[in-house]
Design a protein around this ligand. Structure first.
Ligand code: SF4
Length: 700
């Protein structure tokens, strides 16, 4: 009875980009439990185990509760916030004085609220004079951003979740939605059209097992396969000629480019028979409403941007955009990946404005009430370039906020070595135990989800509210409060005098969004977002004049795209050779990806819940096909050495036919996996290509 709730409030989950609504049950102003929201238009009463366990992971004993500073003896000691922020300021200012302002950079995250991202981006770039900063969204969404911008003219995922239920053909490319986005998969299961489900994946994933057609292609042959599907759509007369003529450009060039990719020509290269390719193309081309969905199998690839655009091309050619059940749809990863795309002030000036454009700089300067001279006139470096900057001695100080590069960055041995080269590394995190925090010279203890308030934007462009339902432990502060305090210590408090709380920053963001494709000037305040159970962008003051926002909205219903001529671009390119082919020394192709629904990224949070830990293997493992296991004399459960040219790790064998012969799969959540991966990137998005490198397998 002592735990009997006396009040209930709502909040949105803070793990993945699905954005499930939760009811949080309170006792004396503190959360004591939660249940999924039955009326939330996203999840309708459902939540995955991570959401159910969201409160538990706040109580872990390795929470960072006081600032920690590393002394000359290499030991960390507790210090006051005052001392920590004095040190933060004097060290970073000292580095900037000696090596130039651009020698200090920041790495941000898709895990904090939009208002916090905006604060960090403005503080670092306009207040502290940094040019370079990027987010961990480079590891997850950069490819989709680049693809959409070039194809549509704006980074605009066009769909709404209702499309999962309204399609009569769903195509999943490099997406194990069933495990990565389990509640969205539930939406697929609610589809009453008996839809065709086509899955392109080298692994027989849970999603592939539920498909009506699984194209189990050879790794990294997706671009060739998508071009062959396109070629057959054209020759079979399944192109929506009117839509293509009225709303796209580049059709003739595309037609010529894909002409060589006949299903027969790519059969060997992709491992898919010509008949299967034709069948998939005709299923898509003949569907009344086809939707195409992609996640990390596409984004985390050295030719990811062109692959995403090949998916977009198919939707455009078949007129599958802007109607219920259609779209070329990137499903984002983190709870606020899209917030980072719009508001982190890294790749773009706020709200997808351009640093290079003087009018854009003037507009943002006016919104923020600052001198436009403070706004850099060029884009900063992407994550990979920042890491190279560390190698070259150009970056000497780094401020890492709520992300874990010592685990998650590609080719981990190299990443850790680079972190250790820094003159000063600041880590701002909920936990003092992350792999990155262990390298920190200064650790700033941060409040987590549930201990502060702000907005997230989910995959379908929905602004949602998360709330403070618990007190942060010890002296941990909301990231928002940390940024405010740093502004003061740095001597730029005046510049941020209006940035008093998240809602005040939201109003600045609204002003910055005016007149753009992501205009949110019609949102009244946080309560409005809460009342409406989330509001999808755009929602301008003009549209608001006609009444409240519909629960589900999609983009491009009028066929008008964001390029100046209003047309979407059909973009094609040559294939890129595999960066590292399996050979006699490293004969296996290593795939990486999500393991189970109960793990999240580097397990910083999920490993803290006993319930979640019961739901996945505690030891890292590698999936091996029974044929290969037999050949190598490896039994299920044996210890196996997995080696690449970068490292050698020992993990447990999981013998299963879900991987094809000659391939191996390791979940990304375990620390060992990125010791093996190969550091290479998509040339346009600069996203790391995590899912292809050559390894050897041996009994350990
Ligand atoms: Fe929903 Fe994702 Fe949270 Fe699970 S992790 S409850 S799917 S938002």
């Amino acid at each position: 009875d002592s735990m009997q709730p006396d009040a209930t409030t709502t909040a949105v989950c803070g793990y993945c980009s699905t954005g499930c609504g939760l009811r949080v049950h309170m006792k004396d102003g503190e959360a004591v439990g939660l249940t999924p929201e039955t009326k939330y238009p996203v999840n309708m009463g459902m939540a995955c185990p991570k959401g159910w366990e969201a409160l538990r992971v706040l109580e872990s004993s390795d929470r960072a509760t006081v600032p920690l500073l590393r002394g000359l003896d290499g030991q960390t000691r507790e210090v006051s916030w005052d001392r920590a922020l004095q040190f933060f300021t004097s060290r970073f200012k000292g580095i900037q004085k000696t090596h130039g302002k651009d020698s200090v950079a920041f790495l941000s995250t898709g895990q904090i609220a939009c208002e916090e991202m905006a604060f960090l981006g403005a503080l670092a770039k306009f207040g502290m004079g940094m040019l370079h900063g990027d987010g961990n969204t480079r590891q997850c969404m950069a490819t989709a951003v680049t693809a959409y911008k070039e194809s549509f003219g704006f980074d605009a995922p066009p769909y709404t979740y209702e499309d999962f239920e309204a399609s009569d053909c769903l195509v999943f490319v490099g997406s194990n939605l069933c495990v990565g986005h389990p509640i969205l998969w539930e939406r697929v299961l609610r589809n009453r059209n008996q839809p065709q489900i086509i899955v392109l994946d080298p692994r027989r994933t849970e999603t592939a097992m539920a498909a009506t057609q699984h194209l189990q292609l050879l790794p990294k042959s997706d671009l060739a396969l998508l071009y062959a599907i396109t070629q057959h759509i054209i020759v079979a007369g399944l192109v929506d000629q009117q839509f293509v003529a009225e709303h796209t450009s580049g059709y003739e060039q595309l037609r010529q480019h894909v002409a060589a990719f006949t299903p027969d020509a790519v059969a060997d290269q992709t491992g898919i028979s010509a008949a299967e390719i034709r069948r998939a193309a005709e299923t898509i081309g003949r569907a009344g409403a086809a939707s195409l969905w992609w996640t990390m199998g596409v984004n985390q690839s050295y030719e990811g941007t062109r692959t995403a655009q090949a998916i977009i091309n198919i939707a455009l050619l078949t007129g599958n955009i802007g109607r219920p059940g259609t779209g070329a749809n990137s499903v984002t990863g983190q709870c606020n990946a899209m917030g980072s795309r719009l508001w982190s002030n890294t790749t773009n000036l706020f709200g997808h404005h351009r640093f290079e454009d003087p009018q854009h700089r003037q507009k943002i300067a006016d919104c923020l009430n600052i001198d436009p001279q403070l706004i850099p006139q060029q884009n900063g470096w992407s994550y990979d370039r920042i890491m190279e900057g560390v190698r070259k001695g150009e970056i000497r100080g780094l401020w890492v906020v709520a992300t874990n590069p010592a685990h998650s960055w590609i080719e981990q041995g190299d990443a850790r070595e680079l972190l250790d080269r820094l003159d000063f590394l600041v880590v701002q995190d909920m936990y003092h135990s992350t792999e990155t925090a262990r390298h920190a010279d200064l650790l700033l203890p941060a409040a987590g989800w549930g201990e502060k308030e702000g907005t997230f934007i989910n995959s379908e462009r929905r602004y949602m509210l998360h709330k403070r339902v618990k007190k942060a432990p010890g002296q941990a502060l909301a990231d928002f409060q940390i940024f405010r305090a740093i502004a003061h210590y740095w001597g730029v408090g005046e510049m941020f005098s209006q940035w008093t709380d998240p809602q005040a920053v939201f109003r600045i963001m609204q002003a910055a969004s005016a007149g753009t494709w992501c205009d949110i000037t019609g949102i009244e305040d946080f309560q409005h977002i809460d009342r409406q159970r989330g509001i999808q962008w755009p929602w301008s003051a003009d549209s608001a004049a006609d009444g409240p926002p519909a629960t589900q909205r999609r983009l491009f219903a009028d066929g008008h795209f964001a390029h100046p001529d209003g047309r979407a671009r059909l973009i094609v390119d040559d294939l890129t050779p595999l960066p590292e082919r399996p050979d006699e020394y490293f004969p296996f192709f290593l795939l990486t990806g999500r393991g189970t629904v109960s793990q999240w990224h580097t397990q910083t949070r999920t490993s803290k819940s006993p319930v979640l830990r019961k739901l996945y293997p505690q030891q890292p493992y590698v999936e091996i096909h029974p044929y290969d296991a037999g050949r190598l004399n490896i039994q299920h459960g044996d210890q196996v050495a997995v080696a690449s040219r970068r490292g050698r790790v020992t993990v447990t064998a999981f013998v299963t036919p879900t991987v094809a012969r000659g391939q191996a799969f390791m979940p990304m959540h375990y620390e060992v996996t990125n010791q093996l991966t190969l550091r290479h990137f998509d040339p346009y998005s600069k996203q790391p290509s995590y899912k292809d490198c050559a390894v050897s397998l041996q009994p350990a």
